[in-house]
Write a protein that binds this ligand. Structure first.
Ligand code: ATP
Ligand code: MG
Ligand code: FE
Length: 334
């Protein structure tokens, strides 16, 4: 199959052409990061307007780079939700128009199903498997009994891990998105600050990062009040160690309990070097097969939407042309 996929759920306008759900023929990603930086985060109204400005050109570019004929497409896929409603709308309208004009099936796709199935670009998946989803808005453990069957076994009770990274980065004086800055600081740190780990109940697969975030803010403020220089690298390392230890240990425990054949890491924070390293060595120790998508397919991109949509296409799960953007879309309705 040949699927053209569109992703506009947040601040990346992305279009990709994907063959058989795993071979990326083209992937165009127009990031709005520079636009939103001035505001310290994503401004929804601005995001929608930017998507409108570049969506048509991005589609043309993706088709041209892939070297395909629009008539040869099997379907047009698009992120239906979750995300910013005004941003989603731009992609949904573009996908509907294209599907209608070409008389091709439309496939509405769940953004997190996309993040998870980005791992198909690495290689075929074996079921049952476990996904550790770590992104700007989600922190979840998802058990996949079989293709397209998602069971949420744990989730964050407060901040998503990417959100915590961005807030900590801001407190340490770094611009949006802060995750990569904290990652770099932590890796280069010579000292560390001891920060709490939030395990919750012993059998819980849920997460909580707000206590840790407060501990970081306290540490920063105490140094400032005493007129001392804030040890940003040591704090970043303390924070990253706490986050990655909890994520890794819970994921490993889930893999064992659910007899998962493999662990899939995904979402924007999967680009984190500290997390990739700790998870890789822990999975080696435990003999757990681990896949992590290349960086470009961890943060928001349309190729991952094409990878997920291919499975829906295979199972005949296409959408009607009255498809609506749904900011609250549930993973079960991928
Ligand atoms: P969601 O997928 O939950 O809707 P989103 O699409 O906004 O949220 P992604 O694009 O998947 O999120 O990920 C963006 C997040 O990833 C940001 O919070 C960013 O700081 C974080 N991030 C990116 N690179 C790194 C890194 N190296 N270390 C830590 N965090 C990172
Ligand atoms: Mg983004
Ligand atoms: Fe995302």
């Amino acid at each position: 199959s040949l699927i053209l996929a569109i992703e506009t759920s947040c601040d990346e306008t992305s279009v990709a052409v994907v063959k058989d759900g795993c071979e990326v023929l083209s992937s165009v990603i127009a990031s709005q990061i520079e636009t939103h930086k001035a505001f310290g985060g994503v401004v929804p109204e601005v995001a929608s307007r930017k998507h409108v400005e570049v969506i048509t050109l991005s589609i043309e570019e993706a088709v041209q780079q892939a070297g395909v004929d629009l008539q040869d497409l099997s379907a047009v896929a698009v992120t239906q939700g979750p995300g910013l409603v005004g941003a989603l709308l731009v992609g949904v309208v573009a996908a509907k128009s294209l599907a209608f004009a070409l008389d091709k099936p439309l496939i509405g796709t769940h953004h997190i199903a996309g993040h998870i199935y980005a791992n198909r670009i690495v290689g075929p998946l074996e079921y049952p498997c476990m996904a550790l989803v770590v992104s700007g808005g989600h922190t979840e453990l998802v058990h996949l009994e079989e293709e397209g069957r998602f069971q949420l076994i744990g989730r964050t009770r407060d901040d998503a891990v990417g959100e915590a990274y961005d807030k900590v980065a801001r407190a340490l004086g770094f611009p949006y998105p802060g995750g990569p800055h904290v990652d770099k600081l932590a890796l280069g740190a010579e000292e560390t600050v001891d920060l709490p780990r939030s395990w919750l109940a012993p059998d819980s697969y849920d997460f909580s990062f707000s206590g840790l975030k407060s501990a970081v803010l306290n540490a920063v403020n105490q140094h400032k009040m005493k007129g001392q220089e804030v040890p940003v690298a040591a704090i970043a390392k303390g924070f990253q160690d706490s986050v990655t230890e909890v994520l890794v240990e819970k994921a490993v425990r889930a893999v064992k309990e659910y007899s998962s054949k493999q662990l899939l890491l995904c979402g924007g924070v999967a680009a984190n070097q500290g997390l990739r390293q700790r998870l890789t060595s822990r999975c080696e120790e435990e003999g757990i097969p681990l896949t992590i998508p290349p960086h470009v397919y961890c943060t928001d991109n349309a190729a991952m939407i094409g990878a997920a949509a291919h499975l829906k296409w295979k199972h005949g799960l296409t959408s009607e042309l009255d498809l609506k953007a749904d900011p609250q879309l549930k993973l079960e309705e991928w």
